[in-house]
Structures are given as C-alpha cells and as structure tokens.
Design a protein around this ligand. Structure first.
Ligand SMILES: [Fe+2]
Ligand SMILES: [Fe+2]
Length: 333
C-alpha cells in the first residue's frame, strides 16, 4: 500500500524527514500507474482531492435526495410485503449517503459543509431525482432503471483509486443489486397483471427511459472532468461507455417484460455488437441540472425541511455524547 503520512501545509518548510515535493508527486503518480489505492494519510495533488470531494459529495447527496421520490409511495404501496421491501430499499439509500459522507470526510471536509452546500443550491445531485414519481409503476421503473443505471456506474467505482470511496462502493453495489431486482419484480408483476396494470408499467418506462439514459452525464466530448478523472483512476469507464452498457443490458429485459422502449431509433447494430440509440435531448439534461427540472425546488425544500426538523435529534445526540464523555472521565478518575 502506498502510504506517505506527510502533507505540507502552506508555509511549512520541508525537514529532513519530509520527502521533497517532487518525490511526493512521483510517489503519487507511481501509485496511480501501479493501480495501488491512495489512502487518506497519503499525499495527493489538490486537484485530485477536490475532484474526489466533488464527486463523492454529489454521490452522497444523490443517495439522500433519491429517497424522496420513493418515500412519496411508502404509504401507498399495494401490499404489506411491497411496503416492507420499499421501506428497506429507501433505508439502504440513506445508509449509502452516510457511508459516502464519511468517505468524503476523510478528505478534510466536514459533513456540515457538504450538507450546507446542498441546501444552498451550490452542490449538485443526480438529475434523475428531479423527476416526479407519479404512479406505483414508477417504483418499479426507478428500481429497475435508476438503480440499474446506478449499478453500471458504481461497479467500476469499486476499483476507484481512492481507497475509502472504493470500499464504500463494494457494499453499496451489493445493496443496489437488490434494489434493481425489486424494481424489476414490480414491473414483472404489473406486466403479468391486467391490461391497465401493463399500461401503467409502459407509461412509467416511457417517462423514465430518457432521463435515465441522460443520468450517465454528457457525452465524452462534452464532459469537462472526464479525461482527468479517468487518468487519476477515479473513473474507469467513460459516460458513453457506461450508457452503452446500460442500454445493451436493459433492452433484453424490456423485451422479457413485453414493454416497448420509447426510442424509435433503437436497434441492434451487428457490426458494433451494440444497440444504436436515438439522439439525446441534452437541453433537457442541462435545464434539470441547472435547477429547472420538474421537481428541483420541491426536492431541495423537502431536504432543507427534513434537516431543520432533525435539529433536535442532532442536539440530543450531542448532549448524550457529552454526558457519556463526562461519566467516562468521572469513572476514570
Ligand atoms: Fe444507493
Ligand atoms: Fe439503490
């Protein structure tokens, strides 16, 4: 493992024990080239650290905001079994947020700062969670497609060059595969049900397909951060490669359900060995990212409200911890 527990603060003079700046950079580059993990105590370039803080915190925010569209359906789940499954899935997403905030904190930022940036509208989260969940079939489409896309994105992140992020992703991916299957199972039940239920499943696919295809982010040629994050081993596959993998995996699943993907240009390309797809409406993607999607304001307001309503829990937890710290020191004395 590459460890180098020294980080020069601005104005600190290197001493005999400290490697020269050039050595630190070389050690970092060698670790990246050898595909070794970078750990929190290791020296890293400021750009690498900032990129990770941005990516991990956006990811954490997406997990937490992603609880909202589904939370909307807990009380309306069609059976106790479905309700228990949905509740477990939403709780998993909250847990994913926690692991990821903790991973981000290893990079020298606090969870409060990250959450404040989200609430102030300065930090981004996945565009997909700004779309409304209108029917029960949307719980199926979200699990099947959104969690399915998340898996495509996150499996390569288990090999991310930053250790704490890579390790968090291993557990998260295991849970995501349960999420994807529970969504597909909802779709399957609807598609085997009455014509009205099947129509509801088709309608959900029609509304979620393009936003999910956009979820992978802009094309490689347009993506400002892609090339550098790939060089650093943070990302392993480009947005377009991930999108293609998702489409290739999902088309046969839609066929199994007997549903039609709302893309008239979608067809198998024998020469490429992949599906070709129609043009993506990037103006919609950028509109949603910039804050003008169907539910941006509602989602952010719900998060801020939840945070404010949870203030007493944080205060109580701190008071409890302080009291125990006091007890411990009395016992020690
Ligand atoms: Fe998740
Ligand atoms: Fe999930």
């Amino acid at each position: 493992m590459y460890t180098q527990a020294i980080d020069l603060k601005p104005g600190t003079e290197p001493t005999a024990a400290m490697p020269a700046p050039g050595d630190r950079e070389r050690a970092f580059e060698a670790a990246i080239a050898d595909d070794r993990r970078i750990e929190p105590q290791d020296w890293m370039p400021e750009g690498y650290r900032k990129t990770l803080v941005r990516q991990i915190s956006q990811h954490a925010h997406s997990e937490v905001v992603g609880m909202l569209p589904e939370g909307n359906w807990v009380t309306r789940a069609p059976s106790l079994r479905r309700k228990a499954i949905l509740l477990a899935k939403i709780q998993d997403e909250g847990g994913h947020g926690l692991y990821l905030y903790a991973a981000a904190e290893t990079l020298g930022v606090s969870r409060e700062e990250l959450v404040d940036a989200l609430h102030a509208g300065k930090a981004k989260y996945s565009s997909i969670f700004n779309y409304p969940a209108l029917t029960w079939a949307d719980m199926g489409a979200i699990g099947w497609l959104v969690d399915g896309a998340a898996i495509m994105n996150q499996v390569p992140l288990c090999r991310c060059s930053y250790g704490p992020y890579a390790r968090a992703m291993i557990r998260i991916c295991k849970e995501e595969s349960f999420h994807q299957r529970q969504g597909f199972d909802i779709m399957l039940a609807l598609c085997r049900g009455t014509p009205a239920q099947k129509a509801m499943a088709q309608d959900a696919l029609d509304r979620w397909w393009w936003p999910v295809v956009m979820m992978f982010g802009p094309s490689d040629s347009e993506s400002i951060h892609s090339a550098q994050t790939m060089r650093w081993g943070i990302k392993r596959l480009s947005n377009d490669e991930l999108r293609q993998r998702f489409i290739d995996a999902t088309v046969p699943q839609a066929e199994l359900l007997g549903l039609r993907i709302p893309d008239p240009a979608l067809r198998w390309n024998e020469a490429r060995g992949h599906y070709d797809h129609g043009p993506i409406d990037w103006s919609e993607f950028w509109r949603v990212i910039e804050g003008d999607g169907p539910c941006n304001r509602e989602r952010l307001a719900a998060r801020v409200r939840a945070h404010e309503n949870g203030a007493w829990v944080r205060e109580a937890a701190l008071a409890h911890a302080a009291r125990h710290a006091g007890t411990d020191s009395r016992e020690a004395a």
